[in-house]
Design a protein around this ligand. Structure first.
Ligand SMILES: NC(=O)c1ccc[n+]([C@@H]2O[C@H](COP(=O)([O-])OP(=O)(O)OC[C@H]3O[C@@H](n4cnc5c(N)ncnc54)[C@H](OP(=O)(O)O)[C@@H]3O)[C@@H](O)[C@H]2O)c1
Length: 336
C-alpha cells in the first residue's frame, strides 16, 4: 500500500491498515519532504516520498489511498488507475460530476477497484441498522432525520476548506449523511431542496451551515442538518445522530453515547469507540472495517459497498442542494 496525503485522514488510514494486518503500508507521499517524513515517522511506515510518479511506477505497490485535499482526488485517482493500482479515495469523491465520471471510467478501463471512504457505512451501528431495515424489522422506511455538527476547530489550519476548492459543508462532510440516507431509504432520490450559508465562521469563504430535504421514489422523505460551526472545544468531537422511521418501528443511531468519558480541569472529553478508536499505535472501529472491506474487494474482485457510483450519487445530491439553495427552487435529481 502507498498513502498519498499525510494529514489526519492519511495517518488514520495507515494505522487502520496496521490494525487490519493483511496489507503492508510501505510509503507515504506528500508534496513536501517535511510532511511526508513526519507522517511516516508518526505511523512507523518505512518509506516516504514527494514523487508520486515514482511511487506509481513501483511494482511492489498494489493499491493507493488518496487522502489529499478534495481538489486532487480526481487527478490522483486517474493516475493511480492508469498505473494499475487499486484506489481507496477519501470522501468527497471529487468536486464535479465530470470528475466523478472520469474516475469511474478510468477505474473500469484499467480494471482496478475504486472505493470511496464513506467510513460511517462500515460502523457497527450503521451496518446493524441496515441489516434490520433489510430484514423488515421496522417495515418500509418512510422518514429519515440526520444531523452532523463539526467543531469549528476542524476548519482552522485547512485553508483549502473553502467553497471554491471543496464546496461547502454539504460537499465536504454532508456527503457522509447523504450517502447514509440514500442507503437506509433504499430508494432513488427524486427531489431535493436546501437552504445554506456562510452563517457563523468568517474569513474563509466556506458555507458552514446547511439544511436540506429529500423526496424518494418510494414516497419516503428525509431531512439533513449540517454545520461546521460548533464551538471549537466542543467535547464530543463530531456530534451526530440519525433516526429512521418505518411503518412498523423506528431505529435511532446515537454515535455520541460512548462508554468512555473523561472530565479534568481542562474540560470534558468523550472518547470515540465507534469510528476510529486508537490504541497501541493502531486504529480500530469503522475505519478498520472500511480498510478490511477494501482489502477483501481487491482479493475477491467484489464491488465495494461504497464504490465510485455511491460517491458520484452523494456528490450529485450535494451539488443539486447547492443549486436549490441558490435558485430557491427544489431540484429534480436526474438518472444516476
Ligand atoms: N472519511 C472521513 O471521515 C474523513 C475524515 C477526515 C478527512 N477526510 C478526507 O481526507 C482528505 C484529507 O483531509 P485531511 O483532514 O487529512 O487533510 P490535511 O490534514 O489538510 O492533510 C492533507 C495532506 O495532504 C498532503 N497533500 C496536499 N496536497 C497534496 C498533493 N497534491 N499531493 C500529495 N499530497 C498532498 C498534505 O501535505 P503537503 O501539504 O506537504 O503536500 C497533507 O499531508 C479530504 O478529502 C477529507 O475530506 C475524510
Amino acid at each position: 500500500m502507498g498513502i498519498v496525503g499525510g494529514g489526519k485522514a492519511g495517518r488514520n488510514l495507515a494505522l487502520a491498515f496496521k490494525a487490519a494486518g493483511r496489507a503492508e503500508v510501505a510509503v507515504f507521499c506528500t508534496r513536501h519532504e517535511d510532511s511526508a517524513r513526519e507522517a511516516a515517522r508518526w505511523c512507523d511506515v518505512p518509506h516516504w516520498t514527494t514523487d508520486l510518479e515514482a511511487m506509481l511506477a513501483d511494482d511492489s505497490i498494489d493499491a493507493l489511498v488518496i487522502a489529499t485535499p478534495d481538489e486532487y482526488h480526481c487527478e490522483q485517482t486517474v493516475m493511480a488507475a492508469r498505473a494499475g493500482k487499486h484506489v481507496l479515495c477519501e470522501k468527497p469523491m471529487c468536486r464535479s460530476l465530470e470528475e466523478a465520471e472520469r474516475m469511474i471510467e478510468e477505474a473500469e478501463r484499467h480494471q482496478v477497484i475504486l472505493m470511496i471512504g464513506f467510513t460511517e457505512r462500515y460502523s457497527h451501528p450503521c451496518h446493524e441498522a441496515k441489516r434490520r431495515i433489510d430484514e423488515g424489522e421496522i417495515g418500509t422506511p418512510r422518514m429519515i432525520l440526520a444531523r452532523r455538527c463539526h467543531p469549528r476547530s476542524i476548519v482552522r489550519g485547512r485553508s483549502w476548506l473553502n467553497d471554491l476548492e471543496t464546496g461547502g459543508v454539504l460537499n465536504y462532510a454532508g456527503t457522509h449523511n447523504i450517502d447514509l440516507i440514500c442507503w437506509f431509504m433504499g430508494a432513488r432520490p427524486e427531489r431535493v431542496y436546501a437552504e445554506m450559508g456562510q452563517l457563523i465562521l468568517t474569513g474563509q469563504n466556506f458555507t458552514d451551515g446547511a439544511v436540506m430535504t429529500f423526496r424518494f421514489s418510494n414516497g419516503g422523505i428525509a431531512a439533513l442538518y449540517e454545520t461546521f460551526a460548533y464551538p471549537g472545544r466542543y467535547p464530543h468531537g463530531v456530534d451526530r445522530n440519525i433516526e429512521i422511521l418505518g411503518d412498523r418501528g423506528v431505529i435511532k443511531i446515537d454515535f455520541m453515547s460512548q462508554p468512555l468519558m473523561m472530565y479534568t480541569e481542562e474540560g470534558a472529553q468523550v472518547v470515540d469507540s465507534i469510528t476510529w478508536p486508537a490504541a497501541g499505535g493502531k486504529i480500530g472501529g469503522a475505519l478498520q472495517a472500511e480498510v478490511e472491506h477494501f482489502i477483501r474487494c481487491i482479493e475477491s474482485g467484489e464491488r465495494p459497498l461504497t464504490s465510485g457510483a455511491e460517491g458520484k450519487l452523494a456528490l450529485q445530491i450535494a451539488l443539486a442542494a447547492r443549486e436549490a439553495a441558490q435558485s430557491g427552487k427544489a431540484v429534480t435529481i436526474g438518472k444516476v
